[in-house]
Design a protein around this ligand. Structure first.
Ligand code: 13P
Length: 247
């Protein structure tokens, strides 16, 4: 299994920010892990141009479940693919909260992504209130089982655990808490598809930065990270890529 350092630029970045991508590639031309950046859709083709022939893959942040049609403002999986994407983040908590995305919709999007040859990164995670109420694993299990596409394998799916309360806050769960959720995700995926799930990459996301990456990557069943703010700067994301390459 090749571990995955994924960056989610969210609604940040511009053509000028592609200088950070060039700097990242200059410093890390051949990392031992896989490297992925998911910019806003408007930057996808330009970033794919910078990434062509390098170790960097690019991805989208969302797609529509249908291939084309009267859906103003939406983008299909095939359109992302044509723009150069290899991956697409789906069911991010910001999409679930801002756009009311349900597990069933995330599942439909993941199946559309597969239809277009993209690898979905399905995000799950509890709110702080859910964690405080002791509901973390139940919430995550429900999200996971409701969002999984049919016919997934370790080669065509990535799952990211992103506790909602850890995103953009500088707070992270304890290493034991991360281990507990990742162990649970692994067990649920093995229950679904058997031994191949031992190779399915499980990312942790939520306030990952150079100063905590080494200890997080040391946690069992953490096969990479989904990084928000720290993926915008080449130096920070590069340090995370380096930590994962050494893990
Ligand atoms: P931060 O790394 O900024 O906390 O964001 C995490 C995230 O939501 C990645 O998808």
């Amino acid at each position: 299994m090749k571990k995955l350092a994924a960056g989610n630029w969210k609604m940040n970045g511009s053509l000028a920010a592609l200088a950070e991508v060039r700097a990242l590639l200059a410093a890390h031309p051949a990392p031992a892990c896989e490297m992925l950046l998911c910019p806003p859709a408007t930057l996808l083709a330009a970033m794919a141009g910078v990434a062509a022939g390098t170790a960097l893959a690019v991805g989208g942040q969302d797609c529509h479940p249908q291939g084309s049609g009267a859906h103003t403002g939406d983008i299909s999986a095939a359109m992302l693919k044509e723009a150069g994407a290899a991956y697409v983040i789906l069911g991010h908590s910001e999409r679930r909260a801002d756009h009311g995305e349900t597990d069933a919709l995330v599942k439909a999007k993941a199946e559309a992504a597969h239809g277009a040859g993209l690898i979905p990164i399905i995000c799950v995670g509890e709110t702080e209130a859910e964690r405080d109420a002791g509901k973390t694993l139940g919430v995550i299990g429900t999200q996971l089982y409701g969002s999984l596409p049919k016919d997934f394998t370790s080669a065509n799916l990535v799952v990211a655990y992103e506790p909602v309360w850890a995103i953009g806050t500088g707070r992270t769960p304890s290493l034991d808490e991360i281990a507990e959720v990742h162990h649970y995700l692994r067990a649920r995926l093995i229950a679904k598809i058997g031994g191949d799930a031992t190779k399915l990459r499980l990312l942790y996301g939520g306030s990952v930065k150079p100063s905590n990456a080494v200890e997080i990557f040391d946690v069992q069943n953490v096969d990479g990270a989904l990084v928000g703010g720290a993926s915008l700067k080449a130096a920070d994301f590069g340090a995370i890529v380096q930590a994962l390459s050494a893990a």
